[in-house]
Write a protein of this length. Structure first.
Length: 157
């Protein structure tokens, strides 16, 4: 992979990660980030640096995240069991370090990552609640229907 394409992917990952942190439903964004980083690791285009303590422990239990370098950017993903055995634990996260700023729209970032990981939109399931099913014996009723203003004159006494 050429450096320019790797740098574009790193910027796309940065953009996706930044948006995922504030998204109301970030699961999909984190999932495509993880898939892309794992693919970069397989291709040896990304480097595992070490383990960090997470800033956001789950259920008050301290856990670690895997620090990965892609081009000039650093990302955290969930570690595997082998990572704990093979990599050094770096302790707490350095809050002074920041990734370089990247200006890329989220739609473009997702497009770059989707293309890279070969992601296809899963077929949508039909929502049966929205479909109205009528009985084959259905006959429309005029009960409860009222014309306003009335078109037929009423009896005058």
């Amino acid at each position: 992979m050429d450096k320019e394409h790797l740098y574009t992917l790193a910027k796309a990952l940065y953009t996706i990660n930044r948006h995922a942190k504030t998204a109301p439903q970030p699961k999909h964004l984190y999932e495509i980030k993880k898939q892309a980083i794992n693919q970069l690791l397989k291709e040896k285009s990304a480097i595992k640096i070490g383990l960090h303590f997470s800033e956001h422990p789950k259920f008050s239990n301290q856990h670690s995240t895997l620090l990965v370098k892609v081009a000039d950017y650093y990302f955290h993903i969930p570690p595997s069991k082998q990572d704990f055995e093979q990599l050094e634990h770096l302790g707490s996260l350095d809050s002074d370090f920041r990734n370089p700023q990247a200006k890329m729209p989220l739609s473009q970032a997702k497009k770059e990552i989707y293309q890279y990981i070969g992601w296809k939109r899963p077929p949508q399931k039909k929502d049966r609640r929205k479909q109205q099913h009528y009985s084959s014996y259905y006959t429309p009723s005029s009960l409860g229907k009222m014309e306003w203003p009335p078109t037929k004159p009423h009896r005058n006494f």
